[in-house]
Design a protein around this ligand. Structure first.
Ligand code: NDP
Length: 453
């Protein structure tokens, strides 16, 4: 029997334990801290969650698999990388979450992403647990053959840890349609099974319509829901967006479709500012630059005069009504949040995962800016991945229009859950709190049903 002390551990003691057990894993500790404060307030008088140590269990991954990935480059040099799969929690469904290929990938980053994914997937209302994986492999500058050999080697180990009812990975930074294709082909070759083991697949082999658009469009639908809650809309507003990958370009596309004007996009080299607005024709040009030519965003300014490139800078100093960080974690800090607020930003919707630092989040919170955390705002991607799993399981495919309607409804549902648990009673909604509590409750109640496992 647990002692009273263990059952009623307070927030500082809980965090001390997390820090001790995960020494040096700063991103993971940051992610747990952001969620735990809200959960502690929520479960204060709920004895059953304390007794079952639910939060401590969610903050301890079910398992972390780490493995060697060996491959040969075009010059026949042997390269050695590290791969991981973090399976955080499968209380409400098979583990589900993307694979990231980027030199910054390490265990802490993947644990933070898998932890966040658990709450995000719960918020969608679909039966999906939380996981995340990846490698410190850098696809930038590699030939298609090198990327293929790496992906095949990566899957040669990963395949034994995943499955359509066990764990269903998807894409993330550095993993798009090309990489998913190579990994799916290898899984199929090894297992001799065609099954929905990955999402984000090509349309020709079981992929879902709307999946490429879903995260970026979803982040804008969430933004629109927040604005509508205040009787406002995206129409006529200026938007500053970071990143120029899958999420950023589709967020830009939807902002434009809803009558907004996109002023910036970026990559790790800097940002472009186009005061005339980055319209659909320009977005298509950027998609080609990034997905086919695999070029740099700075090339935009050689093509579109009147725009400027700001080397090594992030776009948050540009005056705007709406801000959408869509590149990576911790890309918007306290000072940048203050600058956005003093420039009159009305709403922030996170396409990326944890792009705003904890201090930055506090700035938005204190200024009562509408602020949607990634786990709510970017859940559209995994939601349509969930729908891809359903289509694969039933051997059917739904059309673009039907999936578009489902995405709109799913994002509306997530917004409603956030309002239910985050309404402050003064007209302001704390979307962080709302998302944390709504996401936690479903997972926690499922875990209670299982007893101590
Ligand atoms: P992509 O690889 O398609 O694009 C990533 C973009 O972010 C690129 O423009 C990249 O620039 C930029 N970027 C990456 N690292 C940095 C950095 N350290 N500093 C500045 N810019 C950087 O990834 P996605 O668009 O798929 O993902 C973006 C974010 O959205 C991630 O946080 C991801 O976890 C999150 N997300 C993605 C989902 C999806 O469906 N794809 C679902 C939910 C969340 P460069 O080319 O120079 O590296």
């Amino acid at each position: 029997m647990a002692s009273i002390y263990e059952r009623h551990v307070d927030f500082p003691t809980f965090m001390e334990g997390v820090k001790k057990r995960n020494a040096g894993q700063t991103e993971f500790i940051q992610a747990v801290q952001e969620v735990a404060q809200d959960i502690f307030d929520f479960i204060e008088d709920k004895e059953e969650y304390h007794e079952a140590q639910i939060l401590r269990r969610i903050a301890e991954p079910d398992r972390v698999v780490s493995f060697r990935v060996c491959w040969e480059d075009d010059n026949h040099n042997v390269r050695v990388q590290r791969g991981w799969r973090v399976q955080n929690n499968n209380a409400i469904g098979p583990y589900k979450g993307g694979i990231r290929f980027h030199p910054s990938v390490n265990e802490s980053v993947l644990k933070f992403l898998a932890f966040e994914q658990t709450f995000k997937n719960s918020l969608t209302g679909l039966p999906m647990g939380g996981g995340k994986g990846g490698s410190n492999f850098n696809p930038k500058g590699k030939s298609d053959s090198e990327v293929m050999r790496f992906c095949q080697s990566f899957m040669t180990e990963l395949y034994r840890h995943i499955g359509p009812d066990t764990d269903v990975p998807a894409g993330d930074i550095g993993v798009g349609g090309r990489e998913i294709g190579y990994m799916f082909g290898q899984y199929k070759r090894i297992t001799n099974r065609w099954e929905g083991v990955l999402t984000g697949k090509g349309i020709e082999y079981g992929g879902s319509q709307m999946r490429p658009e879903a995260t970026g469009y979803g982040a804008v639908y969430f933004l629109q829901n927040m604005l509508e809650h205040k009787g406002d809309s995206v129409d006529g507003k200026t938007a500053v967006i970071s990143g120029s990958g899958n999420v950023a370009t589709h967020a830009a596309e939807k902002i434009t479709q809803l009558g907004g004007k996109v002023l910036t996009l970026s990559d790790s080299g800097g940002f472009i500012h186009d005061p005339d607005g980055i319209d659909q024709e320009k977005i298509d040009w950027i998609k080609h630059l990034k997905n086919v030519k695999r070029g740099r965003i700075s090339e935009y300014c050689d093509h579109y005069t009147g725009s400027t490139f700001h080397e090594g800078k992030r776009p948050w100093s540009v005056d705007c009504d709406l801000a959408l960080p869509c590149a990576t974690q911790n890309e918007l800090n306290e000072d940048e949040a203050k600058e956005l607020v003093s420039n009159g930003v009305k709403a922030v919707s996170e396409g990326a995962n944890m792009p705003t630092t904890l201090e930055g989040v506090h700035v938005f919170h204190d200024a009562k800016v509408m602020y949607a955390p990634g786990k709510a705002a970017n859940a559209g991607g995994v939601a349509v991945s969930g729908l891809e799993m359903s289509q694969n399981a039933e051997r059917i495919s739904w059309n673009h229009e039907r999936l578009g309607d489902m995405l709109t409804e799913l994002m509306q549902g997530i917004h409603e859950k956030c309002v239910e648990y985050g309404d402050q009673g003064d007209g302001h909604v704390d979307y962080v709190k709302g998302a944390n509590i709504a996401g936690f409750k479903k997972v926690a109640d499922a875990m209670l049903a299982f007893g101590v496992v």
